[in-house]
Design a protein around this ligand. Structure first.
Ligand code: KIV
Ligand code: NA
Length: 276
């Protein structure tokens, strides 16, 4: 029996072996990724885009996030399950934020939560006080996509880069056990990684972070709308799915499936009596 990783286990890996994190939204995928050795499984609000087909992450609700977090938690034996707090679940006051985080833990089975930006430090503190480990997230924070004017690299000027460093340090001071750096120049991620004592988890943040995360649908070739520059595809499962489904359709139409071996037999005497 594997011992499940905890947020303190993850925090203690700062500067050590790189942390490997992926998103997961359902039971079979989470089972495969857990068994493949993922340190953390993020039930990301990217669910909205890659699973539910929305154009951005703003449309996914806390109820939906809880629903998918449950499925992932049932599969995770070793990985730390991190539930992503969706848009509007933590922006309307400390009390509501803690209750939202609590639902991902109490109902969803997550053992940590994540929220975007450095604008909710009191919320982070209150969650940590309640015993809920919090992962921060700075750089490109997709819940602000409307205000940012699109999915763009952040921290490209000296001034905005310095602000990202300050935000990461503020999140550490508020009690985050780890922090995602999304779509920031590699040099900025390296500086943040050196300046904080909690592990940084990069996505589009270069090779100097303490760990990496990618969206599993991007990794497996299951999301066709666009592939960001920072993604590496390790498989083309979308093509495989289409090919397998196409073969099934063909064989059904040809009468090649099902074959005899896929059917159920009957005792010959009973069959004879049945036929009369
Ligand atoms: O929702 C998500 O998948 C994320 C990761 C990209 C960090 O927040
Ligand atoms: Na997210």
């Amino acid at each position: 029996m594997l011992k499940p990783l905890t947020a303190p286990d993850i925090a203690s890996r700062k500067g050590g072996e790189r942390l490997a994190m992926l998103t997961a939204y359902d039971y079979p995928t989470a089972l495969a990724l857990d068994q493949a050795g993922a340190d953390m499984l993020l039930v990301g609000d990217s669910l909205a885009m890659v699973v539910l087909g929305h154009p951005d992450t703003l449309s996914v609700t806390l109820d939906e996030m809880v629903h998918h977090t449950k499925a992932v938690s049932r599969a995770a034996r070793r990985s730390l399950v991190v539930g992503d707090l969706p848009f509007l679940s933590y922006q309307a006051g400390v009390e509501r934020a803690v209750l939202a985080a609590g639902r991902l833990v109490q109902e969803g089975g997550a053992r940590a939560v994540k929220l975007e930006g450095a604008g909710y430090l009191r919320e982070v503190e209150a969650m940590v006080r309640a015993g809920i480990p919090v992962m921060g997230h700075v750089g490109l924070t997709p819940q602000l996509v409307a205000g940012l004017g699109g999915f763009k690299v952040q921290g490209k000027t000296a001034e905005t880069a310095a602000r990202l460093v300050r935000e990461a340090m503020a999140l550490e001071a508020a009690g985050c056990f780890s922090i995602v750096l999304e779509a920031v120049p590699s040099v900025v991620a390296r500086e943040i990684t050196a300046r904080v004592s909690i592990p940084t988890i990069g996505i589009g943040a270069g090779p100097h972070c303490d760990g990496q995360v990618l969206v599993i649908h991007d990794v497996l070739g299951l999301f066709e709308r666009f592939t960001p520059k920072f993604v590496k595809r390790y498989a083309e499962l979308g093509n495989l799915m289409q090919e397998a489904a196409g073969r099934y359709m063909y064989e059904v139409r040809q009468g090649a499936f099902p074959a005899d071996e896929h059917g159920f037999g009957m005792d010959p005497q009973e069959a004879a009596a049945f036929r009369g």
